[in-house]
Design a binder for this molecule. Sequence first.
Ligand SMILES: *[C@@H]1O[C@H](CO)[C@@H](O)[C@H](O)[C@H]1NC(C)=O
Ligand SMILES: *[C@@H]1O[C@H](CO)[C@@H](O)[C@H](O)[C@H]1NC(C)=O
Ligand SMILES: *[C@@H]1O[C@H](CO)[C@@H](O)[C@H](O)[C@H]1NC(C)=O
Ligand SMILES: *[C@@H]1O[C@H](CO)[C@@H](O)[C@H](O)[C@H]1NC(C)=O
Ligand SMILES: *[C@@H]1O[C@H](CO)[C@@H](O)[C@H](O)[C@H]1NC(C)=O
Ligand SMILES: *[C@@H]1O[C@H](CO)[C@@H](O)[C@H](O)[C@H]1NC(C)=O
Ligand SMILES: *[C@@H]1O[C@H](CO)[C@@H](O)[C@H](O)[C@H]1NC(C)=O
Ligand SMILES: *[C@@H]1O[C@H](CO)[C@@H](O)[C@H](O)[C@H]1NC(C)=O
Ligand SMILES: *[C@@H]1O[C@H](CO)[C@@H](O)[C@H](O)[C@H]1NC(C)=O
Ligand SMILES: *[C@@H]1O[C@H](CO)[C@@H](O)[C@H](O)[C@H]1NC(C)=O
Ligand SMILES: *[C@@H]1O[C@H](CO)[C@@H](O)[C@H](O)[C@H]1NC(C)=O
Length: 486
Amino acid sequence: MRVAYYLLPLVATLLRLCGAIELNVNDTDSIKNASATIAYGLSSWYQNNQSSTATTAIGTFNSPLYWWEAGAVWGGLIDYWAYTNDTSYVPTVQQALMAQVGPDNNYMPPAYYSSLGNDDQAFWAIAVLSAVEYGFPIPEGKSQSVYLDLAEAVFNTQWPRWDTTSCNGGLKWQIFQANAGYDYKNSISNGGLFQISARLARYTGNQTYLDWAEKTWDWMSAIGLISPSYDVFDGTDDTINCSRIDHTLWSYNPSMLLYGSAVLYNYTNGSQLWENRTTGLLEECARTFFTPYPNSTDIMYEPACELDQTCNYDQLSFKAYLARWLSKSAVVAPYIMSSVNALLTRSAQAAAQSCSGGQYGNTCGQKWYVDGYDGNYGVGQELSALETVQSLLLLRPDGGNATRRYPFTSSDVQIQVAVNNPTSTLSLPPKTAATARSTSSATKASSAVEANSVRRSCVTAVYIWTTIAMYTVTMNMISMGQLIER
Ligand SMILES: *[C@@H]1O[C@H](CO)[C@@H](O)[C@H](O)[C@H]1NC(C)=O
Ligand SMILES: *[C@@H]1O[C@H](CO)[C@@H](O)[C@H](O)[C@H]1NC(C)=O
Ligand SMILES: *[C@@H]1O[C@H](CO)[C@@H](O)[C@H](O)[C@H]1NC(C)=O
Ligand SMILES: *[C@@H]1O[C@H](CO)[C@@H](O)[C@H](O)[C@H]1NC(C)=O
Ligand SMILES: *[C@@H]1O[C@H](CO)[C@@H](O)[C@H](O)[C@H]1NC(C)=O
Ligand SMILES: *[C@@H]1O[C@H](CO)[C@@H](O)[C@H](O)[C@H]1NC(C)=O
Ligand SMILES: *[C@@H]1O[C@H](CO)[C@@H](O)[C@H](O)[C@H]1NC(C)=O
Ligand SMILES: *[C@@H]1O[C@H](CO)[C@@H](O)[C@H](O)[C@H]1NC(C)=O
Ligand SMILES: *[C@@H]1O[C@H](CO)[C@@H](O)[C@H](O)[C@H]1NC(C)=O
Ligand SMILES: *[C@@H]1O[C@H](CO)[C@@H](O)[C@H](O)[C@H]1NC(C)=O
Ligand SMILES: *[C@@H]1O[C@H](CO)[C@@H](O)[C@H](O)[C@H]1NC(C)=O
């Protein structure tokens, strides 16, 4: 049977094609297990914690990834710890969060000035806010308020940048005049200040934060970055007094605002105003960032770049924040739980089935609506899959099984538990989505989800195929041997 050795590499290749991360969305252990596998894949991209790493590089990813994305990854891994209780990455995250605070303890490290915009800084503040809200372990020798101090310090650098020299206000994208984009007033920067303010308001009860959350919302709305139907456009040009808008829809813009709105809905004990905004943004997210084709109902995608394969490194990670903020919103605004659960459950199944690439058959792809792995891998792809899968731990109808589910508030803030849940429910797109771009009539609603069982039959098929091949080759060799003997 020496012939079997020749077949081994081929069999291995075929089995790898059959890999995928198993995910049973109804089983907490399975969700945790799948999350652990993806978290491991994500963290294997991180190299900048060696003894040889330059001090300024600790806690960052190398180019082509920008500084901000590291802040986003640490935020995702804080949530991973909070939801699963897996402490594997806690020391790495603590080291990273402390390494990039900069000389003034406000996430303004001079080494990254050339790329450091208000939104970049915000993503690090958002990471430490999750550390505050879930009680992430404090690094040795640091004050108990270290994370809250950092988040407040970012807020206190941002509000003075509010620029009334044009457009009647707003935050510019860039902090430094020398950086391209200094003239741009965009949704992710203003939305970042909005979400930071909202979360600080809820956590601390301090009115200053609530005032700033309202101010940023009102400005974005007045200038047209938030439309009456809750589309959130990318940005506007302050050299023309914000008279024209870039209407591109990126998933991180409305989801950034969604979580801030849901937090304020919660903090105001369920006010009608913030309920309206929460519902409106949820509906906008559902209508714009899911269901690319009739065969992929409720599967998340990035419409502005994913279908034509033009996403840059930043954009490849945006689905992570959409999943993160949808799920966190459902915790503080429980009336949207079932809608969010439907969207994220199907997306998580689709993401997991895409995680079948690479040497170990568990590298995640970019497009979740295609069958299996699309060959497109990286930090953004891993982070998007991780955040979507782990978000399920917040969303179980039985109350959820995340270790830490509810974001804390400081002890003097009281929040009322919803007595009368709002009646407003989301009208999800119908199963045969009207938004579909495909003219194909072959609607197979659950095809991506079925891929997991397809993959299991694939393993069986490879096994049967190999057995037949070995038999055939062996028989041929026997008859060849007989020929030679004759
Ligand atoms: C998970 O549970 C729900 C409700 O009990 C059920 O409708 C669904 O089919 C289950 N999904 C899977 C993949 O087992
Ligand atoms: C949540 O955890 C409880 C206790 O461990 C378990 O009984 C229940 O089945 C879990 N729920 C889900 C949806 O996994
Ligand atoms: C977790 O995943 C590994 C590898 O896929 C598997 O061997 C193990 O049985 C899984 N554990 C659970 C609890 O699902
Ligand atoms: C660097 O971080 C990774 C990911 O958490 C970890 O596995 C590794 O042990 C760390 N290395 C050092 C030298 O701290
Ligand atoms: C979380 O893990 C710690 C040990 O690391 C353990 O003491 C604690 O009980 C766990 N909590 C839950 C809710 O599983
Ligand atoms: C600039 O835009 C703001 C906000 O729309 C408006 O209030 C202001 O009057 C405009 N200024 C000029 C000079 O057009
Ligand atoms: C509220 O927050 C602002 C901004 O951080 C701070 O300047 C102010 O002192 C705080 N007020 C109270 C009462 O803590
Ligand atoms: C919410 O309810 C709590 C408890 O009843 C109350 O202390 C708090 O002032 C309320 N908050 C608002 C904004 O009404
Ligand atoms: C909330 O929306 C409803 C329905 O559109 C509207 O009638 C109501 O005035 C809104 N309330 C607030 C406070 O915005
Ligand atoms: C769904 O349809 C799109 C567009 O035709 C296609 O690219 C994709 O591969 C299909 N997905 C599955 C799982 O068949
Ligand atoms: C606020 O969030 C908590 C969970 O943190 C939830 O129990 C409560 O019902 C929420 N309040 C409202 C008004 O929905």
